[in-house]
Design a protein around this ligand. Structure first.
Ligand SMILES: Cc1cc2nc3c(=O)[nH]c(=O)nc-3n(C[C@H](O)[C@H](O)[C@H](O)COP(=O)(O)OP(=O)(O)OC[C@H]3O[C@@H](n4cnc5c(N)ncnc54)[C@H](O)[C@@H]3O)c2cc1C
Length: 476
């Protein structure tokens, strides 16, 4: 099969129609106005301004050259909702672009300001407001770290349902606005699945900003919209019962057996929270306990499955794994184990560890067709060692599926486009991590509700300019 190149899939320039940088007069006016607001911290130059202008876009050799020079003209750090209202008012009145930032761990440049202006850092707006005793819905402020939230919930017998592998450093609102899924997606699917976000508190960007309380249907348009259509100040999330997850590392000599096990285990009644499958050369580049330890990249000995399982699953899981051709090589409780948790070897942390050894690796995000083996095999046959498999089990539209975050050896944009083209020809769905806009990183289509929410909450188009393609297409 000859794969067709996919035109314009990988951006070679910034989106057209970005607003101009703020002028010196605009900046002076906004600085004077915000300088008088008690508790706000302003940063107008230096290394801190550089750091708070960037995220982890270096995972993409396509985006890195486009984003490297982009920076805020002013950073504003807020810790209360009242302060956020003041910042929104000042930006709207002086027509200055505003990009919100949580922890800056996004890896497509989601919080990098393409048109300068203000970056609003909300990592200090981080209180846990309430756990509803009846519904177990938690209300937490935008900048609360997910690990802190999980720890606080754990003391009450509850847990975060979904978390990125960056849960230690990522914020609750950053995950909603910029993330998609991760640990827990095996049970609860993706963030945009109905039920995973039950409400939002939002500040609008208008001369007289409004503080809105959105229910679940109204929140949907702001879920994974990169902060282009509202400033989230608090999120309402369902929680799960806390489970003392057990971490298991299982070796498989045969890839086919490992793949069969990855398909079968989520379809049992065993309570599992994540299942990650690493092709041998990836597994053995991971740090311990999922890989072979800190020294070098030893000869691959086997493919590896990393599983988080409930304690009551173990007595069934262990003999079942043996039947399926797996050998349990390591096991420990997640809480209390002092080493690197398995969740920090999975999802994009796998990419992180591979890139730490060799920054010549990049990655893709693919929803695999079922059965997976033909597509996996065809791609492997063409790309050989330039494509290494990393799969994650997820729930998608009520069924169990496998997604792939393969490691891809960077051989230039044309090769990457050709790989993507072949994958699509094989029925693979792409979530492109080398794209700048909400739409191009998702299903490629404009969501009219996202655009309508922007018109309602940010009529001047000042929030994170350039990231919502549907807005740019409107006549302004
Ligand atoms: C090693 C690594 C592993 C990762 N693993 C995963 C994973 O498993 N799953 C996953 O989904 N992602 C993953 N990511 C991406 C990222 O870490 C997560 O999506 C994370 O949740 C982002 O949170 P953050 O606080 O860093 O957000 P930021 O990067 O600061 O922001 C993300 C987006 O949200 C917007 N935003 C932030 N706060 C607000 C707010 N209050 N109001 C409106 N908009 C806001 C920003 O403008 C930006 O567009 C990974 C990244 C890395 C580098």
């Amino acid at each position: 099969m000859t794969a067709q190149p996919v035109p314009d899939l990988l951006p070679s320039e910034l989106p057209a129609g970005l607003p101009p940088l703020a002028t010196a007069q605009q900046l002076a006016a906004i600085t004077a106005e915000l300088g008088g607001v008690s508790g706000l911290r302003l940063v107008s130059s230096g290394a801190e301004l550089e750091r708070l202008s960037h995220d982890r876009f270096d995972y993409s050799p396509v985006l890195a050259p486009l984003l490297r020079g982009k920076r805020a003209q002013l950073i504003v750090q807020a810790t209360t909702t009242d302060q956020v209202l003041r910042v929104a008012k000042a930006c709207a009145r002086h027509a200055v672009a505003l990009t919100v930032r949580g922890a800056g761990t996004g890896n497509y440049g989601q919080c990098v300001p393409l048109a300068g202006g203000v970056v609003l850092d909300l990592s200090g707006l981080n209180r846990l407001r309430r756990l509803d005793p009846l519904s177990n819905i938690v209300t937490v402020e935008a900048g609360c770290l997910l690990a802190d939230l999980d720890r606080r919930l754990g003391a009450l017998g509850r847990a975060v349902r979904l978390a990125p592998s960056t849960w230690r450093s990522a914020t609750a609102a950053g995950f909603i606005a910029g993330g998609s899924g991760g640990i827990g997606s095996l049970r609860f699917g993706f963030l945009r699945d109905p039920g995973n976000l039950v409400g939002l508190e939002v500040v609008t960007l208008e001369p007289e900003p409004r503080l809105l309380q959105l229910d679940a249907p109204a929140s949907r348009a702001l879920n994974h919209a990169y902060g282009t259509n509202g400033i989230l100040t608090a999120v309402h999330l369902p929680t799960a019962a806390a489970v003392a997850w057990q971490q298991l590392v299982v070796d498989f000599e045969s890839w086919d057996a490992a793949l069969a096990a990855a398909r079968l285990l989520p379809a049992t009644a065993l309570l599992l929270n994540s299942l990650c499958l690493l092709e041998a050369p990836v597994a053995h580049c991971m740090p311990a306990p999922g890989g072979s330890g800190p020294g070098g990249c030893p000869q691959a000995r086997g493919h590896r499955m990393l599983v988080l399982a409930a304690p009551d699953a173990l007595s069934t899981l262990e003999p079942l794994l043996a039947e399926l051709g797996g050998t349990l090589v390591w096991q420990a409780a997640e809480q209390g184990d002092r080493g690197l948790p398995l969740r920090e070897l999975s999802w994009n942390h796998t990419t992180l560890h591979m890139r730490a050894r060799d920054p010549g690796w990049t990655y893709l995000q693919l929803l695999l067709p079922q059965p997976e083996a033909p597509a996996l095999g065809a791609l492997k046959q063409r790309w050989g060692d330039d494509l290494l498999w990393h799969l994650e089990g997820v729930r998608q539209q009520g069924g169990q599926r496998l997604v792939a975050l393969p490691l891809v050896r960077w051989r230039g944009a044309a090769a990457l486009e050709s790989l993507i083209g072949q994958a699509r020809d094989l029925g693979v769905m792409l979530f492109n991590p080398h794209a700048l806009t909400v739409e191009d990183g998702g299903l490629g289509v404009i969501d009219a509700d996202q655009v309508a929410a922007k018109a309602a909450h940010d009529p001047a188009g000042l929030l994170n300019p350039g990231k919502l393609r549907g807005w740019a297409k409107l006549p302004h």
